[in-house]
Design a protein around this ligand. Structure first.
Ligand code: SAM
Length: 278
């Protein structure tokens, strides 16, 4: 068993007082961290991407589970603390100092990693949307991600739920998304204002003939004006009104009444190549 100093001691030694601008809310409870690391299943020998290891609480749990972790951390102050962790688990941890929004993450892996992160709240959604875009099947096997509870609910929401919107459609049209566990705000140091939850996402086979960018455009327009009827909200997207008619959706409906499948069908019709005009 690897013996490591308590995380609070690491924080004190390296002066890692939490930065609000970097979304730093640290987790110290070893049992909770082990439960989060267990969400993707057995990680022994598996590659893992962790964004924002900070002082390394979740990283410790992932390493103890036998994962080979590549961690991207923006805060330079955390790098020496993470180097200690690297020494304690030889060959299991690679730390990259940088902005996860700018790093080409897929190029860091030879296989398909799991993504496991307690994400910085201010860039979490942008990172997730990036991971949900692109070629399918994706370069990752699963995502286990801590979000503010409200964002987690937006990811897993169903049609007609209060939280249903663009994020639910983008997360669910070719993935299964569920809340794996709620996490009380008091588990964090410092405690954030709101509750959190861990979301687990696994890819599914993609529906045929649907382009992510078309779906993104349609959901952006439809939910950008979610109180309006579709005939108003999506009229700026070329082919959308004709598409709604083609799939039999009444244009007086609002976006939140359309299922994920309705959006998929609409995106397929809108994105289909047009026959040459006679
Ligand atoms: N994983 C640690 C834990 O669970 O205790 C820290 C999680 S804290 C919520 C978010 C971490 O992400 C911080 O360490 C912060 O410095 C880092 N971070 C913030 N913005 C980042 C970015 N753009 N790229 C990489 N890391 C970032």
């Amino acid at each position: 068993m690897t013996s490591l100093p308590p995380l609070r001691e690491v924080i004190a030694r390296y002066g890692l007082n939490a930065s609000k601008a970097l979304g730093q809310n640290f987790l110290f409870d070893g049992q909770l961290l082990a439960r989060i690391a267990a969400v993707p299943g057995n990680l022994r020998g598996e590659e893992v991407l962790e964004v924002g290891p900070g002082p390394g609480g979740l990283t410790r749990a992932l390493l103890a589970a036998g994962a080979r972790v590549t961690a991207i951390e923006r805060d330079r102050r955390c790098i020496p603390a993470l180097a200690e962790l690297s020494e304690a688990y030889p060959g299991q941890l690679t730390v990259i100092e940088g902005d996860a929004l700018a790093v080409d993450a897929p190029s860091l892996f030879t296989g398909r990693p799991h993504i496991v992160s307690n994400l910085p709240y201010n860039v979490g959604t942008a990172l997730l949307v990036g991971w949900l875009s692109g070629a399918w099947e994706p370069w990752w096997q699963s995502c286990t991600l801590m979000f503010q509870k409200e964002v987690a609910e937006r990811i897993v929401a169903r049609t007609n739920d209060d939280h249903y919107g663009r994020l639910a459609v983008l997360a669910q049209w070719r993935s299964a998304a569920r809340i794996a566990m709620p996490v009380h705000r008091s588990a964090f140091t410092p405690p954030p204002k709101v509750m959190s939850a861990v979301v687990h996402i696994t890819p599914l086979p993609a529906p045929d003939g649907v382009d992510f960018s078309v779906l993104e455009r349609l959901t952006g327009a439809a939910f950008g004006q979610r109180r309006k009827m579709l005939r108003q909200s999506v009229k700026g997207v070329a082919g959308a009104l004709e598409g709604l008619e083609a799939i039999g959706v009444d244009t007086t409906r609002r976006a939140e009444t359309l299922s994920v499948e309705d959006f998929v069908n609409l995106a397929r019709v809108v994105g289909a190549p047009k026959p040459p005009s006679p």
